[in-house]
Design a protein around this ligand. Structure first.
Ligand code: FAD
Ligand code: NAG
Ligand code: NAG
Ligand code: NAG
Ligand code: NAG
Ligand code: NAG
Length: 498
C-alpha cells in the first residue's frame, strides 16, 4: 500500500512534469483563444497568450455604438451544420437570420422596380454560388467566370428590353463589389473560380442580434452564458505584446523556442502556436523567424491571397429610413456617366485612374437590433487609400452618395457619428480574410495545408505550430475555420503528452 502510494507520487511527479509543457500562443483572435481554452480545459495550465493589440478578439471586434454592439470585423455565422461557432452558441438563442439587400438604386435615380432588383440580385447570387458550375472552370479567376456568365445571362434574358439590358450591364460593377465582399480580394481577377472553400449547411447569414460576434469568444472562455463557469483565461493573456522574433531551436526538445517582443521583453517555451494573419506573415515572416521558414512554407505564404474590405458604421440621430417594412438595405449602381461626373461633383478623397473612392461604396445595410445605425460596405483596390482618409471627408462623401442615390425618396441627413475599419492599415492584420488565388490552385498540396505543417525538432516533435483562418483546408476566411485550427493545434499537443 505504502509502496503503491510512493509509486503513485513519483509517477504523478514525472507525469505532471511531462504533462505540463509550456506553450506560448501568439495572437488572441479566435484561433488563439480556441487553442488556449482547449489546452486549459485539458489540464495544460502552463499557457501564455501574447497579443499585440490592447484588446483580445483579433478580427472579431464588437464595439458598442448606437444602441447595440456593431461588428467591425466578422459579423455573420455562416451555416449551422458542422460549424464550430454555431455549436458553441446554439443552445442560447442569440443568432438571428439576416435578410440580404434586394433593393437596387441607380445613380441616375431612374427607378428600378422591386421585381427587377430582385431578379438581378438572384442572377448575381446564382452565378456566384458555389452550387453553380464553377467546377468546370479550373484555371479561371472568379472575375472572368462571373463576367462571362453574367454577360451571357443578361443578354439572353433582356436582349428584347434595351432599358433593362443597360441597367443590368451597369450592375456588373455591383456584382464585382459583392463578390469582393465575400472573397476579401482587391480585384475579382485574383481569386480562383474553383476553390476548396466549403459552405456549411443551414442558414448562411446569421447575425448576433446586437450582442456582437464577441459572444462566441465568451462562449469559448465560458464567460458566456454563465460568468461563474469562466476558465482561467484572462490570466493567461498579455496585451500589447507584439512579437518581433521567434527563435526556434531544432536540436533541443525543451525550451526550444524563444520570442522577443517589440518592448524588448522575451519569453521561452517548449512549444509555440502562431496565429497572426497571413497578411502579417507576408509582410514580416523573413524578419520574425530565426532560422527562416522552410521553402514550402514561404511559398505557401506568398501564394495565399489576401486583400481588404471596409465597413463604416453610421449613426443617425434622426432615422430617415423606414425600418417597419422588412428593411434589408440598399445596393448601389453607378452609370459610367455618373461615375465620371463624380470627380467634379465630389472631388475630395482618393482617386484611381480617374475613378472616385465613392465608386467602391456598393451597399448600405441596417445594423442588427440597432435602430439608428446603418453600415456602409466598400470593397475594391482603393481600400488602402480610403482607410487613410480624414473622418470629415468620409462623412461628407457618404452623405453625398446617400443623397445621390436615395435623396428623391428619403430626407437624408449627415451621419452624426461614424466608426470605421482600418484592417489593411493595421500592421497586426494587413487585411481582412484569405482566399485561394488562381496561382495557388496549380499546386498539388494546397497552400492552406502547407501553411498548417508544424516545424519539428530533430526528434520529430512540433516546436512551432501554425493556426489561424488561412491554415484551414476548406473553412479558411471564417471564424469557424479559425476556431477549428486552434483546436487542431491544441489537440496536437494534448495528444503528444497523453
Ligand atoms: C471586416 C471583416 C468581416 C468579416 N466577416 C466575417 C464573417 O461574417 N464571418 C466569418 O466567419 N468571418 C468573417 N471574417 C473573418 C474572421 O474575422 C477571421 O477569419 C478570423 O477572425 C480569423 O481569426 P484568427 O484567429 O485566425 O486571426 P485574427 O483574428 O487576426 O487573430 C490574430 C491575432 O494575432 C494578433 N497579432 C498579429 N500580429 C502579432 C504579433 N506580431 N504579435 C502578437 N500578436 C499579433 C492580432 O492582433 C490578432 O489579435 C471577417 C473579417 C473581417 C476583417
Ligand atoms: C456579352 O455577350 C454578348 C452576347 O453573347 C456579346 O455579343 C458581347 O460581346 C458580350 N460582351 C462582353 C463585354 O463580353
Ligand atoms: C539549441 O539547443 C541545443 C541543445 O540544447 C544547444 O546546445 C544549442 O546551443 C541551442 N542553440 C541555440 C541557437 O539556442
Ligand atoms: C418580412 O420578411 C419575412 C421573412 O422573409 C416574411 O415572412 C414577412 O412576411 C415579411 N414582412 C413584411 C411586412 O414584409
Ligand atoms: C477618426 O475618428 C476616430 C474617433 O475620433 C479617430 O480615432 C480616428 O483616428 C480618426 N481617423 C482619422 C483617419 O482621422
Ligand atoms: C428634412 O430634415 C430636415 C433636418 O432634420 C428638416 O429640417 C426638414 O424639415 C425635413 N424635411 C422633410 C420634407 O421632412
Amino acid at each position: 500500500m505504502k509502496l503503491l502510494k510512493l509509486f503513485l507520487v513519483v509517477f504523478l511527479q514525472i507525469y505532471s512534469t511531462s504533462a505540463t509543457p509550456s506553450v506560448l500562443i501568439v495572437g488572441a483572435g479566435p484561433a488563439g483563444i480556441a487553442a488556449a481554452t482547449r489546452l486549459l480545459s485539458n489540464g495544460h495550465t502552463n499557457v501564455r497568450l501574447l497579443e499585440a493589440e490592447n484588446r483580445v478578439g483579433g478580427r472579431v471586434d464588437s464595439v458598442f455604438f448606437g444602441e447595440a454592439y456593431v461588428d467591425l470585423g466578422a459579423e455573420s455565422c455562416h451555416g449551422t451544420k458542422d460549424n464550430a461557432v454555431y455549436e458553441l452558441v446554439k443552445d442560447f438563442d442569440v443568432l438571428r437570420h439576416t435578410e440580404t439587400p434586394t433593393k437596387i438604386y441607380h445613380s441616375s435615380r431612374r427607378t428600378i422596380d422591386e421585381e427587377f432588383s430582385q431578379e438581378l440580385v438572384e442572377i448575381i447570387a446564382s452565378i456566384y454560388s458555389p452550387d453553380g458550375h464553377r467546377d468546370e472552370v479550373e484555371g479561371k479567376s472568379v472575375g472572368q467566370y462571373c463576367m462571362d456568365k453574367f454577360n451571357s445571362t443578361i443578354f439572353e434574358r433582356y436582349q428584347e428590353r434595351p432599358e433593362k439590358l443597360e441597367v443590368a450591364k451597369s450592375s456588373t460593377e455591383l456584382f464585382h463589389h459583392i463578390v469582393l465582399g465575400f472573397e476579401g480580394a482587391f480585384s475579382w481577377f485574383e481569386p480562383s473560380a474553383k476553390n476548396d472553400y466549403t459552405e456549411c449547411d443551414g442558414d448562411l447569414e446569421l447575425n448576433w442580434n446586437g450582442f456582437g460576434y464577441k459572444t462566441v469568444l465568451e462562449a469559448l472562455t465560458r464567460k458566456f452564458p454563465n460568468p461563474s463557469d469562466q476558465l482561467p483565461f484572462d490570466q493567461t493573456v498579455l496585451l500589447n505584446k507584439e512579437v518581433v522574433k521567434v527563435l526556434w531551436n531544432e536540436s533541443s526538445s525543451q525550451n526550444s523556442v524563444m520570442v522577443i517582443c517589440s518592448d524588448h521583453s522575451s519569453f521561452t517555451a517548449d512549444h509555440l502556436i502562431w496565429t497572426p494573419s497571413i497578411g502579417v506573415l507576408k509582410e514580416r515572416h523573413q524578419k520574425i523567424f530565426v532560422p527562416r521558414l522552410p521553402k514550402e512554407k514561404r511559398e505557401a505564404i506568398k501564394e495565399i491571397g489576401f486583400g481588404a474590405v471596409m465597413k463604416v458604421a453610421m449613426y443617425f440621430k434622426r432615422r430617415w429610413w423606414t425600418p417597419e417594412t422588412n428593411f434589408t438595405g440598399f445596393h448601389f449602381i453607378w452609370s459610367d456617366h455618373d461615375a465620371n461626373l463624380l470627380r467634379k461633383e465630389f472631388p475630395e478623397g482618393p482617386l484611381k485612374e480617374g475613378r472616385s473612392w465613392l465608386t467602391e461604396l456598393f451597399s448600405v445595410v441596417p445594423a442588427p437590433n440597432n435602430p439608428h445605425v446603418l453600415v456602409a460596405w466598400l470593397t475594391g483596390d482603393m481600400i488602402p487609400e480610403i482607410e487613410s482618409m480624414a473622418n470629415d471627408t468620409m462623412i461628407q462623401g457618404l452623405e453625398f452618395a446617400l443623397k445621390k442615390f436615395l435623396g428623391h425618396e428619403y430626407n437624408i441627413t449627415k451621419p452624426d457619428a461614424i466608426i470605421r475599419t482600418y484592417w489593411h492599415t493595421n500592421a497586426h492584420f494587413r487585411g481582412s480574410y484569405s482566399f485561394q488565388t488562381v496561382q495557388a490552385r496549380k499546386n498539388k498540396i494546397t497552400a492552406e495545408v502547407e501553411l498548417a505543417v508544424p516545424l519539428l525538432n530533430k526528434d520529430g516533435r512540433p516546436i512551432v505550430q501554425f493556426a489561424g483562418e488561412a491554415s484551414h483546408p476548406y473553412f479558411y476566411s471564417t471564424v469557424h475555420g479559425a476556431i477549428e485550427t486552434g483546436y487542431r493545434e491544441a489537440d496536437r499537443l494534448i495528444n503528444l503528452y497523453k
